[in-house]
Design a protein around this ligand. Sequence first.
Ligand SMILES: [Zn+2]
Length: 74
Amino acid sequence: MPMGNIQKQKFEAWINANMPHHPITCPLCGTAQWDMAEIIESSGISGVLAPMAQLVCRSCGHILLFDAKKAGVV
Ligand SMILES: [Zn+2]
């Protein structure tokens, strides 16, 4: 599901508090513009679903995934 405004605010605050090199540079295209997009559920081999928060590069579409619980968005 797309992140709501409150979730985006929490995610941005968590990023600012935990990433000293923010804004993050995309490892593929080198730009530093990202969109906070969706919260997805990802499953490991165990089959347990984990909520993940997407950070999507505006230029190339590369996606960074973060533990949504740790990032405070769920
Ligand atoms: Zn990129």
